[in-house]
Design a protein around this ligand. Structure first.
Ligand SMILES: [Mg+2]
Length: 249
């Protein structure tokens, strides 16, 4: 097993990393189904097929960009596909129905707050780099009370590509002092989150990095570590700081 080095910066993915995605997405989808039945007179199965089709159209058109994840755009497209032409008011209400229930179901993963506190306590800057549009990602952060504990946030809507195209990382490192790119920890739930490290090194954006991949989400790239509880990452941090005090101590 690779021994991690103390990070000069810790970058977290947001969705499904700091909180679990599935319960929120399920709640949001149930709200959409309810909305479609009540406001559009479309039954669940038919609606979900149209929603999937709308999502695919938007993603095919926009590629890997922040707006390709916009539920507002999926709603807008779905309403067109149902033959109702553009209905901006309905699209907004649908998007809001989804996100309202989504946010209500969102809870930080156990250990998330302690890990972030420990990083802060040990003067390690924290960034969130996440795909999607800024308004909803900022709302999630405020709802989860992450906005005051994170130093930097980049949402892919601010860049020309999603994380996979590395542009959000360019935005981030343009904002940071050079010494913070010496050794970066990347904590994420997908192989894509940690497999960018090699390309970031090759492009000279960082000197080196350690990836932390959620266990069971695919094959970890060479040198990456896996986590199933965020406490494991906090333990690794404490092991690297002799005599480290915990933020709660
Ligand atoms: Mg994620």
């Amino acid at each position: 097993m690779t021994t991690p080095r103390l990070p000069s910066l810790a970058i977290f993915d947001l969705d499904d990393t700091l909180y679990p995605y599935e319960p929120s997405h399920r709640a949001g989808t149930a709200a959409l189904v309810q909305f479609a039945a009540k406001e559009l007179g479309v039954k669940e199965r038919a609606f979900l097929d149209v929603w999937d089709g709308a999502r695919k159209r938007v993603k095919d058109r926009l590629g890997a960009t922040g707006s390709s994840h916009s539920r507002l755009l999926y709603a807008h497209e779905a309403i067109e596909m149902l033959g109702l032409r553009s209905q901006p008011g309905l699209a907004l209400a649908m998007g809001q129905a989804y996100w309202r229930k989504y946010l209500l179901a969102a809870k930080l993963r156990p250990g998330a707050r302690d890990l972030l506190s420990s990083l802060r306590f040990n003067n390690i800057p924290i960034a969130i780099v996440t795909d999607l549009t800024a308004e909803i990602q900022f709302r999630k952060m405020v709802h989860l009370e992450l906005d005051q504990v994170v130093d930097h946030v980049v949402v892919s809507e601010e860049a020309t590509t999603d994380k996979v195209g590395l542009e959000p990382f360019r935005v981030l490192f343009d904002r940071l002092p050079r010494q913070e790119s010496a050794h970066v920890w990347f904590v994420g739930d997908s192989v894509a989150d940690v497999s960018c490290i090699e390309r970031l090194v090759a492009d000279g954006l960082i000197e080196s990095g350690t990836g932390w991949l959620l266990a069971g989400r695919g094959e970890a790239p060479p040198g990456a570590l896996t986590w199933s509880r965020l406490e494991q990452i906090e333990d690794a941090l404490h092991a690297l700081i002799p005599g480290a005090r915990e933020a709660s101590a």
